[in-house]
Structures are given as C-alpha cells and as structure tokens.
Design a protein around this ligand. Structure first.
Ligand SMILES: Cc1cc2nc3c(=O)[nH]c(=O)nc-3n(C[C@H](O)[C@H](O)[C@H](O)COP(=O)(O)OP(=O)(O)OC[C@H]3O[C@@H](n4cnc5c(N)ncnc54)[C@H](O)[C@@H]3O)c2cc1C
Length: 440
C-alpha cells in the first residue's frame, strides 16, 4: 500500500509560492496513483499533482495530498513510422529531448526551459514562438487520464474527443494525466540569428519578420526604444556556437543580479542598467547553429515574477505602444528588462489563450535579486488593464488577478471546459484555491 510522508514543504521554482500538504506522495506505479485517489476519496481529501513545480503561481498548492509524478517518467512506446512516442506524464522534457535525439527525432517546438514535465507542460498551455506553431500541447495526439473515480480514460481526436481537447490544457483539474503520445519530427538543427533594431522598426516590419523566420521573437528593453530580434530557422549546417564570455562564465549573470540589487536602493538606476546591458550583450549581431531543443531553451537567469498574456496578433503594435506610452508618462515606475514578445498559431483547445486566434504573447518580468522583492504592483495592474482592454487572455501558469467572470468573458469555450470538469470530478477532488478562483 502506498505511503505518504508528512512535513513536506513544496516551493515553486521562483520561490514565490509554497504550501505544506498533509501528505506528500511519490508513486512508482499507476496502481499506486489509484490507491492515492482511493485514499483521498475515503478521507474526503483533495489531490494535486506536481510536475517540476515551475509554474509561477499557486496552481500546484494544496493543504491535502500532493503527488509528485517524477517516478512515472519512462518512454513507453516508439512508433517510428508515424514518428510518435508515448511517454509517462512525469517525464521531464530534458530527458525526452535526449531519448528523441538517439531516435533521430525531436519536438517541433518547446519552451524556454526543458526542466519541466510533460504533464505540467500541457497542464498550463506552455508555448514558445513561431506563428506556424501552436502551444506545445498541439503536438499531443493522445493521452490517458485517471479520473476521480479511478477509471482510466483513453483520449484522442477519435476517442473521447471532447475530453481530449479539454485535457490538452487541463490545469490539473480533470484528473491525473498518466501517459501522453506526442507527434515528433525528424531531428533538426536551428540557425539562430540575433540582431538589434529599434522597437518602432520591429513593429513596422512585423509581417516581414513573421514571414522571414519560422521561430521569430523579439525582446523590447523598457525605458528605451531598443529591441533585439531573434530569428530561428531549420538548417542543414553543422553545430556552430559562438562563445560569449559574459554568460559562459556567468559574469553577466552575477553582475546583473548585483546591479539590480543595488537599484532596489536607487531605483533611478534601472533604466541605466537596461541601457548598459543592451549595449554590453544585446546590441551585437550573433549567429549560431544548435540542436533544436538547445536552440529553443534560453537562460532564464535568476528568480523572478512574470506575467504573460496572449493578445490577438493584430494588436501587437497597439499594445506595446500603450505599454511604452504609459511607462514614458510614469517615469517613477521602473521596470526590469526584457519584455519578451512571441507569436503562436491558433488552436481548438478550449482553455488555450490561442483558442481560434493567432496570438502574440507579451511577457513582462521583475527579478528578485538575491530573493529581494522589488515593487511591481503599478506595472502589473497597468499591464493587465492594457491586456484586458485589447482582448488579452492570461497564461494559466502565471499568477494574475482574474476571477471566474473574467475567464468566462475571455475564453469563449470556458463553459465547455467547466462542464467536462464537473462531469469528470463532481466532488472537486482536484480543486485548490487557484482553481476555485477560476471556476466559481
Ligand atoms: C524559468 C522558467 C521558464 C519558463 N518558460 C516558459 C516558456 O517559455 N513558455 C511558457 O509557456 N511557460 C514557461 N514557463 C512556465 C512553465 O512552462 C509552466 O509552468 C509548466 O507548466 C511547468 O511545468 P511543470 O512540470 O513544472 O508543471 P507544474 O508547475 O508542476 O504543474 C503545472 C500544472 O500541471 C498539473 N500537472 C502536472 N503534471 C500533471 C499530471 N501528470 N496530471 C495532472 N496534472 C498535472 C499541476 O497540478 C499544475 O496544475 C517557464 C517557467 C519557468 C520557471
């Protein structure tokens, strides 16, 4: 019989949310997952699954049972002909990337980090960039789900279709995702090119950039009109990396954290730090060729608060213009660089921020140098107001101030998801505070 441990404290990656569950479990088999659900039912407890705990919100937090799926992390099946793999949902993307590389396969797109689990990635709608590419969950072709009754549902486009679509962005609210089948592509290299432009230039040429590069994204440096454009494209060229002594020896990392910490006493330094780092690191042209997964991942530096909403793609210029104008009018509000801008293809997933619309994600950030909080309330409130005004939808992993009514207005298929959730989990075993705010 599976045993839980007492006294465990969960903290998310950014150390911004934590909880002390009554019991912490690390099942080693599907049977043990079933036993946990049975125990929770008998004792009227709630259950939360944790992948790698990277979500910058309290989406994983619970006072009852927290279940870590890191032991359910195997590659179960390879279909070479269809280029599909089936994995246990606790598998971490960094392990999957290596397994795929040995098979001559790859994922067509992944996010900024690979130390996230397959179940977690599809739990929150993880995305990267590339207007021909959807959120990562669009690569999923089938999955199995253990519901609150202990039943295991097979789901795909042809079996339990509605549950499948809902489970492609499940919020941990439908049950335990046990296995996921993913459509892969032949292994490939990406040529990365980075070059400076002004924000106005990027926005004026947005359509051209989107056409020019498969994985186009850009960074804007607030308090300036400076931007850095990133192109990423398939290539047959061999791996070619250019050494950057600043980041290779983590000098840039330590310097930035120190300077941002000093700026907590002298906030007027923030725009200067931004300009300095732009000049030092981001204004140079760089060309590299990397294995695809290594090209998608990038250095996320140190602990941080982030917010990331999707807006209809045609609003990109308007929204960035409004954000810049507000910052220009309020010079006492100092915000950290960068604002990261990415582009994602429309999909049919009910809770996806890209549901039925090509979207632009605008990610804002405030670091916590040496764990110190930096005031960010006015920035966050204004950002959310601008996003809401322009038809924005928040990223589910990231904390926001929205409540049930807001989600109903923003997500056209929200009610459809709620109906499926109520059917699969009528007693609310998989709820927590984060989900109650969204569903009630
Ligand atoms: C440094 C950093 C960089 C990031 N970069 C990006 C990025 O580029 N793009 C982006 O979109 N996001 C990004 N994120 C957010 C991240 O991708 C998501 O938070 C993702 O969900 C994290 O995966 P995880 O395994 O840590 O999931 P967790 O945070 O552990 O869990 C997320 C949700 O999934 C549920 N869950 C997990 N596994 C299962 C399962 N098997 N069954 C049922 N429910 C489950 C959890 O209960 C929870 O609701 C980043 C986060 C960090 C910290």
């Amino acid at each position: 019989m599976v045993q839980g441990t007492e006294g465990y404290r969960f903290r998310n990656w950014a150390n911004t949310y934590s909880c002390c569950p009554e019991l912490h479990f690390k099942p080693i088999s599907v049977e043990e997952v079933r036993q946990i659900i049975e125990l929770a039912k008998q004792r009227s407890k709630r259950v939360k699954i944790v992948g790698c705990g990277h979500s910058p919100s309290d989406i994983v937090c619970t006072d009852d049972y927290l279940v870590n799926l890191s032991n359910l992390n195997k590659l179960l099946k390879v279909d070479k002909e269809k280029q599909q793999v089936t994995v246990e949902a606790g598998m971490v993307l960094s392990d999957l990337n290596e397994e795929l590389a040995t098979l001559g396969l790859a994922l067509s797109n992944i996010g900024a980090v690979s130390d996230v689990s397959v179940g977690g990635v599809i739990g929150t709608g993880t995305h990267n960039t590339g207007i021909q590419h959807g959120i990562l969950a669009t690569q999923v072709v089938a999955l199995t789900l253990m519901t609150a009754s202990g039943e295991i549902l097979e789901c795909s486009d042809s079996v339990n279709r509605e549950v499948f679509q809902a489970a492609q962005l499940h919020l941990g609210a439908l049950g335990v995702i046990l296995t996921v089948t993913i459509q892969c592509v032949p292994a490939f290299h990406i040529q990365l090119q980075r070059f400076p432009q002004t924000l106005s230039e990027v926005l004026t040429n947005l359509d051209a950039h989107l056409k020019e590069s498969e994985y186009f994204r850009f960074l804007w440096f607030p308090h300036t009109d400076k931007a850095t454009v990133f192109y990423g494209d398939h290539t047959d060229k061999p791996i070619q990396t250019s050494s950057n002594w600043l980041w290779d020896y983590a000098i840039g990392y330590y310097l930035l954290e120190l300077l941002l910490w000093i700026s907590t006493f002298f906030p007027c330094l923030v725009p200067w730090i931004t300009r300095f780092f732009y000049w030092l690191v981001y204004s140079a042209k760089v060309m590299q060729v990397k294995r695809s997964d290594r090209a998608f991942n990038f250095e996320c530096l140190f602990k941080q608060h982030v917010s990331d909403w999707a807006i209809p793609i045609e609003k990109t210029g308007v929204v960035l213009g409004q954000l810049k104008e507000w910052l220009d009018r309020n010079p006492d509000v100092r915000v950290h660089f960068p604002v990261e801008v990415r582009f994602v293809h429309a999909d049919e997933i009910p809770l996806s921020p890209c549901y039925k619309q090509d979207s632009c994600f605008i990610n804002i950030i405030m670091y916590r140098p040496y764990g110190k909080e930096v005031p960010r309330k006015r920035y966050w409130v204004m950002y959310e107001e601008i996003m809401t005004r322009n038809g924005g939808r928040p990223h589910w992993a990231k904390a926001n101030s929205c409540v049930h009514k807001d989600f109903e207005n923003m997500y056209p298929a929200f009610q459809k998801f709620c109906t499926i959730r109520e059917k699969l989990d009528p007693l609310g075993m998989f709820l927590n505070n984060f989900l109650e705010k969204a569903f009630f």
